[in-house]
Design a protein. Structure first.
Length: 115
């Protein structure tokens, strides 16, 4: 069974940076895609950034130029470098791993941004 574990969340001042990590285990297959999503209180979960096994990336408009997703496909590990953080970026960040047509979610990591 695939397990997804996120880490790296925390409290940061506006303008600061955080680096989130996502590691998927329990599969011998390379993930087809790994994405970061976030959900703030009272809001729907939204896609933040994603990366495919081929290295193609996609970003939400709200984070373009500030966030960078990167990955080690051989280890099913993905990172999200978040710079110039804003109070609106505060949320629980979830990692989603797509492996052989199935999606797996982590438990989430909290990101708080103080103004």
């Amino acid at each position: 069974q695939v397990q997804v574990v996120e880490s790296g969340g925390g409290l940061v001042q506006a303008g600061g940076s955080l680096r989130l990590s996502c590691a998927a285990s329990g599969t011998t297959f390379r993930a087809d895609a790994i994405g970061w999503y976030r959900q703030a209180p009272g809001k729907q979960r939204e896609m933040v950034a994603s990366i495919t096994s081929g290295g193609s990336t996609d970003y939400a408009d709200s984070v373009k130029g500030r966030f960078t997703i990167s990955g080690d496909n051989t280890k099913n590990t993905v990172y999200l470098q978040m710079n110039s953080l804003k109070p609106d970026d505060a949320a629980v960040y979830y990692c989603n791993v797509n492996v052989r047509w199935s999606n797996y979610w982590g438990q989430g990591t909290q990101v708080a941004v103080s103004s």
